[in-house]
Ligand binder design. Structure first.
Ligand code: AP5
Length: 219
């Protein structure tokens, strides 16, 4: 359980949560806890969780709260979270945020920073439909903004690049609606708790990361 840098990255699909979380991992040595990655692994391995999650994910809906809350509680118990963690894609509903709050309070390790990455809707569809991900190491690319150098292969490990099922345009639209209805209210939620900071998520990835680091270092 975290005792140090216990962070939440908020933001709509395509805001750059995964991109920035990976950079935080590198710089601060804390793990990225991405519920999307955990669920996609379960789908890939065809586990009972994966079979249940796939139906929700492929139509741009959320996986039920009790399922993801259970996953996150288990994940945060692992030893690598002892010096902190960055939550990417969780919480996504008020019920998830309440559950996280109660759980961390019981453990005596409350969240100490929530960073909302702001990107307007016009950019998001383009970012998501152009995203490609390495099948082996999970590294993310964009066909226009950050293309790989190799022919459809990952620059880091040579793995095959693929498009996520839920990055098809019709699912993207649904994901953005789901975000507005169920996740955007968390901005207000964390604003009221005094934890919320925001960064502009449009522009150079390094500039955005620098803004995030200033917040993290100034906590
Ligand atoms: P999840 O995997 O969490 O997807 P998401 O929140 O929709 O976020 P994304 O991964 O699409 O975007 P991102 O913000 O990480 O952006 P990225 O850095 O990749 O969830 C998937 C599904 O799982 C959900 O729809 C739901 O069904 C389920 N799920 C997950 N968590 C759940 C929960 N807590 N409760 C219930 N269900 C849950 O960047 C996107 C693209 O933009 C990339 O190509 C990148 O290269 C590019 N890019 C990034 N930054 C920039 C920049 N500054 N300029 C230009 N391009 C950029």
């Amino acid at each position: 359980m975290g005792l140090g840098l216990d962070l939440i990255l908020l933001g709509p699909p395509g805001a750059g949560k995964g991109t920035q979380a990976k950079k935080l991992v590198e710089k601060y040595g804390i793990p990225q806890v991405s519920t999307g990655d955990i669920l996609r692994d379960a789908v890939k391995n065809n586990t009972a969780l994966g079979i249940e999650a796939k139906a929700h994910m492929n139509r741009g809906a959320l996986v039920p709260d009790e399922v993801v809350i259970g996953i996150v509680k288990e994940r945060l118990k692992r030893g690598d979270c002892s010096k902190g963690y960055v939550l990417d894609g969780f919480p996504r509903t008020i019920a998830q945020a309440d559950a996280l709050f109660s759980y961390l309070n019981e453990c005596g390790c409350p969240i100490n920073g929530v960073i909302d990455i702001r990107v307007s809707k016009g950019y998001l569809v383009k970012r998501l439909s152009g995203r490609r991900v390495c099948r082996s190491c999970g590294f993310g690319y964009h066909i226009e903004f950050s293309p790989s150098k190799g022919n459809g292969r990952c620059d880091n490990c040579g793995g095959e690049l693929f498009q996520r099922d839920d990055d098809r345009e019709e699912v993207v639209t649904k994901r953005l609606d789901t975000y507005e209805a169920q996740t955007a209210p968390l901005i207000d939620y964390y604003e009221k708790s005094g934890l919320l900071k925001t960064v502009n998520g449009v522009g150079d990835v390094e500039v955005i990361f620098n803004d995030i680091c200033k917040i993290v270092d100034g906590r």
